[in-house]
Design a protein around this ligand. Structure first.
Ligand SMILES: Cc1cc2nc3c(=O)[nH]c(=O)nc-3n(C[C@H](O)[C@H](O)[C@H](O)COP(=O)(O)O)c2cc1C
Length: 503
């Protein structure tokens, strides 16, 4: 099973002291989520193993990938200091080559089948799913406890194809839950094909006789390649995402068929939850903290019926955290938004050298770009391309010269202070498209403001906002003062002093 085996991945980390073990009892309702958020804020950049989730026999592992580029670079097989452009290039190479097809193994080689639970024995309360944030689940008519899965899920868009994604799953009963399948995702397309109807089509158009259930498997306990591939919307929908993962590591992923549905899963997964979306079966899902750090309101979602749970002996439950930014969801999603923006800006500006979509803003909203500017106007082209690359996500773009480290806030502030002239370099485009979880565009101000008081902007229509690009590059041809930069020889002497003082 080798490099794609989650236990082996954890053992390797453990040997190097890279697991943050929590040996005390922690409640999966709110407490564990808050603990993960604290570790994120304290920059504890290690996977966190909760050995004793209160009331459960199954430990919880959070932050498999975490926040640094280290594990992302490892998964893509590129040096950490070149993680972003390197991963973008590697992704294109692997997609072009088709990757390495997965291989199928028998049950004797599939640890995920060591325990098989079907029929009436299926019980989701076996799993230590978290209430990630205190107000999660509020507003769900079937409100139980507001526990959600945020794990990778697998669907099969067609024979030979596998799609990895994430769809938040609120547990509402022993063998049932509601799942958010966003309209723009590949899985929404697959579900529409199975049901023979658009997700939001009126009930009068539903063809109940020909609609088929749409199957899906939620998988827990997989290595960073899978966690990252699920977040990567650049992988074509009808592709085999497992072949892409195999291509990253030049090793075939070992697969096995699910017990009750026509979907294949990694044989070494710790836990697999199998089930179907029966056609036109809807319920209101409770509110849930979204990636932008706001609670999204209760909305109508398809119901998922669980048909089987399979797992390894002594299984470990894997959790991807979502809540107040910064969290793992922000980091992995922002990484791919950086890859996407880099790739698209490079199509029109080969002199782009780096892109950083800042996960702290919630992933995708603030974008920093570094270019080797050669022609007047290039920063504005980069801004507009970044906006369209990220569609409704992108709110602010800052473009810098290549000598600025766009990941370093101090360097960015310095360039903003000394290379940016607002009336020349600021570009604002009003009334561009946003998204339905835009916190400041939830309807017409005044019509929903209780006292009818507003601060000068009477109308912020739903989904609409402005976009701003800030050009922090040096005007071409302008003779400017010489920048003070560190000198390596002096820096080396200071390093020596520092190590003596801090040791
Ligand atoms: C941690 C995490 C949670 C996510 N939750 C959801 C979700 O609940 N629903 C959804 O439709 N997309 C969600 N997404 C975004 C999709 O997973 C992402 O767009 C995916 O790559 C779509 O892939 P596809 O178009 O190939 O299906 C989430 C992403 C991450 C990283």
């Amino acid at each position: 099973m080798g490099i794609f085996d989650f236990r082996q991945f954890l053992d390797n980390l453990d040997r190097n002291g890279e697991i943050f073990r929590v040996p005390v009892e922690v409640d999966t309702l709110d407490e564990m989520g808050a603990f993960i958020a604290r570790a994120d804020y304290e920059d504890i950049n290690k996977p966190i193993l909760f050995e004793k989730p209160k009331g459960f026999d199954i430990p919880v592992l959070a932050n498999t990938v975490g926040h640094t580029y280290r594990r992302m670079a490892e998964a893509f097989g590129v040096p950490e200091d070149n993680a972003l452009p390197g991963s973008a290039m590697k992704m294109m190479q692997v997609l072009k080559s088709g990757g390495v097809s997965p291989v199928y193994v028998g049950k004797d080689k599939a640890p995920c089948k060591e325990i098989i639970i079907k029929g009436d024995d299926v019980d989701l309360s076996l799993l230590p799913a978290l209430r990630l944030n205190p107000q999660d689940g509020v507003g769900s008519p079937d409100f139980t406890e507001g526990r959600y899965f945020t794990s990778v899920c697998v669907s099969k868009p067609k024979e030979g194809a596998h799609n990895l994604s994430y769809h938040r799953f609120e547990i509402t009963g022993k063998n049932t839950g509601t799942v958010w399948i966003f309209r723009g995702t590949g899985d929404a397309k697959s579900m529409e094909e199975a049901w023979g109807s658009k997700i939001d089509a009126p009930s009068s158009t539903w063809d109940r006789d020909n609609a088929k259930p749409f199957p899906m498997a939620f998988i827990f306990g997989v290595t960073p390649e899978f966690i990252l591939a699920g977040a990567n919307s650049a992988l074509p929908h009808e592709n085999d995402d497992f072949a892409f993962i195999g291509g990253l590591r030049e090793t075939a992923v070992e697969m096995i068929k699910c017990e009750t549905i026509d979907v294949d899963v990694p044989a070494s997964a710790e836990i697999v939850v199998e089930g179907v979306f029966k056609p036109f079966n809807w319920a209101t899902q409770g509110q849930f903290a979204s990636f932008n750090g706001f609670y999204d309101k209760p909305r109508r979602r398809p119901i998922f019926d669980v048909t089987a749970i399979t797992m390894r002996k002594n299984a470990i439950y894997q959790h991807v955290h979502i809540g107040r930014p910064l969290n793992e969801c922000n980091s992995i999603a922002a990484f791919f938004r950086s890859v996407r923006t880099f790739t698209q800006v490079k199509e029109i500006l080969p002199n782009v050298v780096d892109v950083f979509v800042d996960p702290s803003a919630g992933c995708g909203f603030t974008v920093y770009i570094a270019i080797n500017k050669a022609r007047i106007g290039e920063p504005k082209m980069a801004m507009m391309r970044a906006y369209t690359a990220l569609a409704g996500f992108c709110k602010h773009v800052f473009v810098y010269d290549a000598d600025i480290d766009i990941r370093n806030p101090r360097d960015r502030d310095w360039a903003l202070a000394h290379r940016f002239i607002p009336d020349r370099d600021l570009m604002i485009i009003p009334n561009v498209m946003g998204m339905n979880i835009e916190p400041m565009a939830q309807g017409i101000v005044g019509s929903n403001a209780k006292l009818g008081v507003y601060d000068g902007y009477p109308e912020i229509p739903l989904n609409v906002r402005s976009f701003m690009g800030v050009d922090c590059t040096i005007p071409l041809g302008l003779k400017i003062m010489q920048r003070v930069v560190p000198e390596p020889e002096i820096e080396a002497r200071v390093d020596e002093l520092w190590s003596q003082v801090v040791a």
